[in-house]
Design a protein around this ligand. Sequence first.
Ligand code: ZN
Length: 456
Amino acid sequence: MKLNNSIIYQFTGNPFVDAGIWAICGWVEKGKPEELNKEDLKRIAKDITPLYLTSAWSKSIYSIFPNNPITNPSVKDKESRLKEFLNNLIEEVEPINDSGNCISCGRRDVKVIRTKTEIPLIGSGGLINYFPFGQPGADYCPSCTLAVQFSPLVMYSCVKLLLLHSNSGKVMRLWSKDAIQDIRRQILMKDFTGCFDENYKNPRNALFHIIQNIITKYDERWQDEKPSISLYHFTNFIQGPDLNVYNLPTPVFRFIAYLKQHPKYADWKRILKRGYVYVDWNKVKDEEEYKNKINQVYDNLLNGISITRFFIDHKEKTAYGDWDLLSYYLKEVRMMEKKRLETLKRVGDELSEYIKNTQNIKRLNQLEQAKKYETLRNILRLIEKDRVKKSSNKALFTLDEFVTDLFPDGYLGWKETQDLLIFRVYENLHDWLVEQKELLSELIVEEEVMEEKNND
Ligand SMILES: [Zn+2]
């Protein structure tokens, strides 16, 4: 491949280096790493030197680059030490080549082995077990090492620190823009608080907050993006470097992007609220009181677990969102086939019609209360028997639909199917069900009876 030999930076795939590259782009207001030149590097180095020396920033820097001269109280000439360090690196910056032994870019050669004072989480000194042959540091070229020095500008404070990494230039560009906007505010107000801090302490909630914020704030064609996004929650403290990685699945990103223009977006916000655990909503006055609590919707989305149960409220007989929104989630995130979705919707509609026509709220109650796969199957069978008795001309479902569409995973996925059928019933019958409130309140759970009848 022929290279334009003036290019200094391109994506490397290394989260710290890439964050630094995007921090430079954000600082000098350039849209692409390829546009950066040496003048830009000199400019950012000059600008951030006084920033890093403020006490708030040197505290942040302390957990990123331990033993750094600027965080060491015994070092007197901190400013000149930092300037000298950055300027020396800038002197050594080279355009990218065809190859090289830098473990980050692979396109330039290493001059000096770097330690964790210069590159976070690589371990060094007493922590050399990460390296083959006990090498006392890691192979980073001067250009990559320099970029890493600017990465704190786009880090996010969350007890430890968060570093966002994505292959989407759009996501990284807008994220660094937001983080740097906060720093410009700090400089303008002379109110230095260190890395971007919005008082998040729960990294998973912070990840969703950051992504939702970027999507809602910036009018981009998010639906066309297929980014992979990772969040590194880390500290490089000498006493205990630590790292957790959270990956936002691409389909989840696309689902969040889709929600933005959906007419039922307000319902999605309600679904999110229902995901928080241990929150007394009667006492909550503002978001600060719950935003760091565990959110099961977020956690399930990160862990590939279904969130369908948050779309339905048994007590209020309410479906949040509509079938259109829910089926997008099922298709995009749960990878459900179109035919399966159509069957589920049709069976949900037939069940709604049956419940309303027969006024058989008891059956709905049993559907809601079923706690076992066998119980749910049995209720559906009883409904079918009753429909045949009342001479319904069409079966609720064929055997094929039962096996491939309703319960394709048998014991494993039956709960999700139960949620989806109930969702559709609530969506169709909510107003009517609310009118039947008295009937509803008289019902008792008949789970035991249902199981006994299982073999009749
Ligand atoms: Zn490199």
